[in-house]
Ligand binder design. Structure first.
Ligand SMILES: Cc1ncc(COP(=O)(O)O)c(C=O)c1O
Length: 391
């Protein structure tokens, strides 16, 4: 009775089984994967957030496929005040489509660009949700390599080699989750040239763009007019309020392609009209919240990176890879066993929860991922216990 595409394997993997088992036994666990910002002890302006949802204008139903102009103006304002925008053409509200989440934006784009079986190129290692998003839309994914050499880089040659007649686009995550690597200006130049020449679309997930840790953001694909491009972002990371469910995409590129994409997307968006009115009226106020919460995140991330580095100074076998941006740190550990086995040992023997690299498609074993927004004291206890066991 069910479609093949939903026949996912649902039995818990060994890691989830170990985690569930530890929780069921009542074992005390230190969770170094905490990345839900509403549960990491940040101080939100609760009153401003809740009051923003009380606009009487929401009592009227005014269906707008792209989203209300007032909300899209606020999003355009975010880009046009961004330091990357200096000397560039301004983004207009006309280029913006609101969605409930970046996941929904991906779904619209996969439907816009791909027939069943068409292919998109995605980075590896990267965001694990891509597989599900692609399955649901009958899209095939092919991974291109990111490689580490004093920082992560995109293997443009690998992308060029992977393109074939059913390839429809290239996805980048800027900065990438979990490697934290920003898309570099030269990489964007090469990618847009490739996309333009091979008639491909460039899609960039920029939910972490504001989080600059050891490097600065160099580019945003929102400004990329050389090939058909889409930049995705939203409130879940910018203002750390994922529960509010508001995201967007910015369409850019040569005019004839942009217009065609726009007209088709408008019909997809009109079919769902999924973004509710109160959140659209609240958007200008909710975007303002980013100043208050981002400054707290930066403080937390810097403190956690500082603590981690101080501990690693005396470690022989564990090192931290460069974190250009984002919320995560990648630890390089000895690959004496699989990452999953190591993560399970950490749960069972040290009571510490981390993500094994294979969740994110790291090419080999020897990688563990920790969240840098974990509350400080938990982070410190967890890192000490982790290092003691791994070292
Ligand atoms: C790279 C990336 N994109 C998108 C999201 C989720 O965004 P949204 O809540 O808007 O779907 C996440 C969440 O962790 C993410 O890591």
């Amino acid at each position: 009775m069910f479609a093949h595409r939903t026949g996912w394997k649902r039995e818990p993997n060994a890691y989830s089984a170990a985690l569930n088992g530890a929780r069921a036994r009542g074992q005390t666990l230190i969770d170094l994967t905490l990345s839900n910002p509403t549960r990491c002890n940040f101080d939100f302006d609760s009153r401003a957030i809740l009051d923003s949802l009380r606009n009487p204008a929401s009592l009227d139903y005014d269906p707008q496929p792209q989203g209300l102009l007032s909300a899209r103006k606020a999003v355009a304002g975010y880009y046009n005040c961004h330091k990357l925008e200096a000397d560039q053409e301004q983004i207009s509200p006309e280029q913006i489509f609101l969605t409930t989440s970046t996941s929904e934006a991906y779904s619209y784009l996969f439907r816009l660009l791909c027939d069943p079986g068409d292919e998109l190129l995605i980075p590896g290692p990267s965001y694990p949700l891509f597989d599900f998003l692609a399955d649901i839309q009958d899209v095939q994914l092919r991974r291109y390599a990111l490689f580490y050499d004093h920082g992560w880089h995109i293997d443009i040659g690998d992308i060029a080699k992977s393109i074939h007649e059913r390839t429809r686009g290239v996805l980048v995550v800027n900065p990438n989750n979990p490697t934290g690597s920003f898309l570099h200006a030269e990489e964007l130049r090469q990618l847009t040239a490739l996309c333009r020449d091979r008639e491909l679309t460039l899609i960039s997930d920029e939910v972490f763009l504001d989080y600059e840790i050891e490097a600065a953001a160099e580019v945003s694909v929102a400004l990329c007019g050389d090939c058909l491009s889409f930049a995705l972002s939203g409130l879940s990371k910018l203002s750390c309020i994922p529960q509010m469910k508001l995201a967007w995409m910015v369409v850019n590129g040569p005019e004839h392609l942009r217009k065609e994409a726009h007209a088709r997307l408008e019909i997809i968006a009109d079919t769902y009209l999924s973004v509710n009115a109160p959140i659209q009226y609240a958007l200008p106020q909710l975007l303002k919240q980013k100043q208050r919460v981002q400054s707290q995140l930066f403080g937390r991330i810097r403190a956690n990176v500082g603590f981690l580095d101080a501990q690693l100074e005396s470690c022989r076998t564990v090192r931290r890879l460069k974190v250009e941006g984002g919320w995560y740190a990648t630890l390089r550990v000895p690959a004496k066993k699989s990452d999953e086995e190591l993560a399970i040992d950490l749960i069972e023997q040290a009571g510490v929860v981390v993500h094994p690299g294979h969740f994110y498609d790291f090419p080999q074993d020897g990688y563990l991922i920790v969240s840098l927004i974990t509350p400080d004291s938990e982070f410190q206890t967890g890192i000490l216990a982790l290092l003691q066991m791994v070292e």
